[in-house]
Design a protein around this ligand. Sequence first.
Ligand code: MG
Length: 334
Amino acid sequence: MTDPSFADRVRGTLLGGAIGDALGAAFEAMPNAAIEAVLGSPRVLDYRLGEQDSILSGHPAGQPTDDTAMALSLARVLASAPRITARVIARAFRNDLSPDGRYGRLFYEGAPGIATTRALRRLANGAHAPNNGYPEDGGNGAAMRAHPVGVLPNRGRVSRIAALQARITHGHPAAVAAAQAVALIVHDLLWGQPLTPQPPLGITETVFLSAWRRAHRNLTLDEAGRLPPHLRDVAKSGWETVSVAHAIAVLFADDPEAGIGAAAASGLDTDTVGCICGAFLGAAHGAQRLPSRWVHKLSVRDLVEEAAAALLARYHTERLSGPPQPRRWHQSRG
Ligand SMILES: [Mg+2]
């Protein structure tokens, strides 16, 4: 198979994130064993109505959640704001995610996290955006929306903006590092680096790195094709979630369909593990390698395609036509 084009990898990042989110949404908060019992398989094969035992019981099949609502809001800022600052991103979150905002329904129907909803309320009351997130808030809400930042061309800027957007809702240093890791990994994959168990260059936060090491050892499936126990039912901290989502992507580095399906069935925060793993595998393989039934039945496909096209138009016009670009991720690290 030929290399996917850069533009297709960018589409793959955003579509993969939204698809993993929507696949996992049907099972959010259910343990892995219960999900496997429902499916009769260790992987999700298609969108389903929110299971009765999920916190998203009755959620429409194919509709993603707050993860994708926030990623779309952030992507709009990245694609259109003259200057990308914490205040500008915070204003977009407040407007887009309000009940009658552009992505408000997607957000509120997707069971947004406590830290994020509280942070949005503080912003509405006039809090200072750049350090609005509390240092004790270490959930995965800042990381689950960070993948669009990886599309930016300058790796240093990717890291800075990923941190800046994280601190608007989550102040825990390891949750900020987790958001930076998501954006940097996406960036490196887009620029042609393979999926490997190595943490992204430039991440030194120790809580994050120890979670990363725990997640990336013993990466083997059992004879029934199940994830190893340490990758099931993962805690909701940013560092655990990102590390596990990445380890699942590494385990299924050649098979995005199986990897995203396994992440979405991994247990507990299935939509977010699915979202982050989907963004990684989509960036690595491009949208062409995502199953077409998942792309076609994604409820917000048009919004996601629009966001990918807008990011490409702002940052990568030279790549929108012509043959696939050569691999050159080394240079982007300068
Ligand atoms: Mg969610």
